[in-house]
Design a protein. Structure first.
Length: 100
């Protein structure tokens, strides 16, 4: 059965890159090798895989990728470092801050 993966890379400059693929090993090798000079990660290598999730359908993976790309850096960092529970706490804090 084919799987689709959403992943987060931490770049050498500390920025996060979010992507989606059906071949995680190949895609990571492409990022590390600088396969595309125009890509976000090209000048930010080396990159480190810091989070991944697999999905049974491409649509589910694309929806997750789109959602993560819309998150703040703080929420992405919380997911990478502490998991989904901490993301909810960050989101609540951000909502509270905006309401003030």
């Amino acid at each position: 059965m084919r799987r689709f993966y959403v992943y987060i890379l931490e770049c050498a400059d500390g920025k996060y890159y979010i992507g989606m693929t059906n071949s995680l090993q190949l895609r990571l090798a492409q990022h590390q090798a600088g396969h595309d000079p125009g890509s976000f990660t090209f000048s930010r290598r080396p990159v480190t895989l810091v989070w991944t999730e697999s999905f049974p359908t491409e649509q589910q993976a694309r929806e997750c990728e789109r959602q993560l790309k819309g998150w703040s850096t703080a929420k992405k960092r919380a997911l990478v470092q502490q998991g989904l529970t901490s993301v909810h706490a960050v989101a609540r804090a951000q909502r509270k801050k905006r309401a003030q």
